[in-house]
Structure formats: C-alpha cells, structure tokens
Design a protein around this ligand. Structure first.
Ligand code: C2E
Ligand code: CA
Ligand code: CA
Ligand code: CA
Length: 278
C-alpha cells in the first residue's frame, strides 16, 4: 500500500507540473516525445465470464516523460488530436500492441488485443493501409486485433466512418463501440455499424447496484446486444457486487480494477498464465 501511495503521489505531481506548463511548450515536448518514442503501453485484462479466462487485453498509452514520469492519456490525447500528432502516435500504439500480441502468442498466450482509435486516425486516408501493413509485418492474425471507437466521435461523419469501419471489418479485424451509452443517437446507428462488441461505459457500471433505473438501462443494453449478436463488456467494474450482478445479467466480458488494473506487458502475461485469479 505504501508503494502504491507513492506512485499515486508521483502521478499527481506530474499532473500538476504539466498543468502549469504552457500549451505551446507541451506541444513542443509532445512532438519530441513522438519522435523519441517516449511512450509505454499498459494492458488491462478483460475476463471472459463463461470460460473464466482472460481472453483479451486493452492497450492503454502512458507518456513516460524524462522529467515527470508517467503521464496519463487524459493529459495529452486531446492535444495530440488537435495538432495531428495522433496520427504518428496512434500508428506507434497500433504497431507496438500488435507486436506485443504476437509475442504473447509465441509465448503460448492466445490473447486478443484491443486498441483505442481516435476518429482523426480513422478518417485519415491511409489508416486501413497502415493497419494492413502492421498486420503483415507483425504476422498477427487480424482476428486477434480489435479497434475501439467511441460512438460520439463516429456520429460526426457517420456515413464516411461506416465505410472506413467496413473496410477494416472485411480485413478480419474486430470493431468495438467504446463508452456506450454516453453518446446521443446510439440506437438508430447501432444496426448500421459493422461492430462485434459493445462496451458499457463506466458511468453506468458505477450506479448499477444503487440505482434501479440505471440497472434497467443496462438490462436493456444487454438484451439489445444479444438481439444484434454483439458481445457485451462491462467497463470499470470495481466491486464484487457489481461483478456478480453484471455476470448474472449475462455480460460476456468484465473489465475493471476488480479484475486487474492495467499492467505492464510482462505482468499481463503472468496474470494470464496464473489463470487471472481474482
Ligand atoms: P477508455 O478507452 O474508456 O479506457 C478505460 C480507462 O478507464 C483507462 O484509463 C483505464 O485505466 C480506466 N479504468 C479501467 N478500469 C477502471 C476501474 O475499475 N476504475 C477506474 N476508476 N478506472 C478504470 P486511462 O488508461 O487513463 O485512459 C483514459 C482514456 O484515454 C481511455 O479511456 C481512452 O479514451 C484514452 N486512451 C488511452 N490510450 C489510448 C490510445 O492509445 N489511443 C487513443 N486514441 N486514446 C487512448
Ligand atoms: Ca477503450
Ligand atoms: Ca471506455
Ligand atoms: Ca472513455
């Protein structure tokens, strides 16, 4: 507990340091960070409830700043999106996650990896080509790669985005709709999107045990998903009572601190090998 307190404190200090920096300075440092690959991926396991096994891991980026230590994505992703750095940063994420996933396979861990994709990346003309190239060079079977996109980002250019996602789906890559329930016109687009997975946003999971109306919404999402042949993941599960309730309701996968925090790649492999004991 002592060491985790220390690392939390370190994260807090780094956040403060970043906050007082000017935006321009941050942009310059971020550009340098992309050139020098000052990033790390952490991987958070997803538990498949039926098999009781870890079957997938979500790649989550951290900026390993030479001065401030690990900086969370909430501090820099939107800046990277605004000045276009997200294209090269996102390509690094995708390549690193696919290489890592291939390494897990070579070590006897048949995990899938899911990667967060910004709409700006998706809309880039070379995105599908870059995914294809990364799969070819890493030798990862496309069925082990999942791309997570958020509903609110897709809506902005929906027809174009559907075409782009279909091209990726046709390559054999899985598409997940992230943060489900936080956007606006969810239901009307759900059947048009070439998705195979839906992730229920943490804000619903937080209240599932305390608010009957939220519970009813989750019941509805799960029923709808089954009807549309989508796998459902509950995100941000922190407590045993949430885990039990969501598993009982038929969520296919559970993700959250209750299962595990995001881990370094080697620790994720250990977690898988040890049976992902909760
Ligand atoms: P997200 O995709 O919704 O990812 C889940 C976030 O919730 C992660 O935060 C994860 O560490 C955190 N989380 C998971 N389980 C729990 C839990 O039980 N309790 C709590 N309190 N939090 C939990 P993280 O790693 O800080 O990432 C934040 C967001 O940054 C992500 O939200 C995603 O939108 C974005 N992001 C992360 N990595 C990438 C990336 O490589 N590319 C892009 N474009 N965005 C990324
Ligand atoms: Ca995600
Ligand atoms: Ca999410
Ligand atoms: Ca989110």
């Amino acid at each position: 507990a002592k060491s985790s307190g220390k690392s939390q404190c370190k994260l807090y200090e780094s956040t403060m340091a970043i906050e007082v920096k000017s935006r321009t300075l941050l942009e310059v440092e971020l550009k340098k960070a992309v050139d020098e690959e000052q990033f790390l991926l952490y991987y958070q396991p997803l538990l498949d409830y039926k098999s009781g096994r870890i079957t997938k891991a979500e790649a989550l980026i951290r900026w390993d700043h030479p001065q401030y230590g690990l900086i969370p994505p909430s501090e820099f992703i939107n800046i990277a999106e605004e000045d276009g750095l997200i294209i090269s940063m996102g390509e690094w994420v995708l390549r690193t996650a696919c290489e890592q996933c291939k390494t897990w396979h070579d070590n006897g861990c048949p995990l899938s990896v899911s990667v967060n994709i910004s709409a700006i990346q998706l809309q880039n003309d070379f995105f599908a080509e870059s995914v294809r190239n990364i799969l070819n060079t890493t030798g990862l079977d496309p069925k082990y790669l999942e791309l997570e996109v958020t509903e609110s980002e897709l809506i902005k250019r929906i027809d174009e985005n559907i075409d782009k996602l279909k091209e990726l789906r046709d390559m054999g890559v899985r598409i997940a709709l992230d943060d489900f329930g936080t956007g606006y016109s969810s239901l009307s687009y759900l059947y048009m999107l070439p998705i195979s997975d839906l992730k229920i946003d943490k804000s619903f999971i937080d209240e599932v045990c305390s608010d009957r109306r939220i519970e009813a919404i989750i019941d509805g999402i799960i029923l709808l998903s089954k009807g549309l042949d989508l796998d459902v993941t509950a995100e941000g599960v922190e407590k045993e009572e949430q885990f039990k309730l969501l598993a009982d309701k038929g969520c296919d996968r559970i993700q959250g601190y209750y299962i595990s925090r995001p881990l370094e790649a080697s620790r994720l492999e250990e977690f898988y090998t040890s049976g992902g004991a909760v």
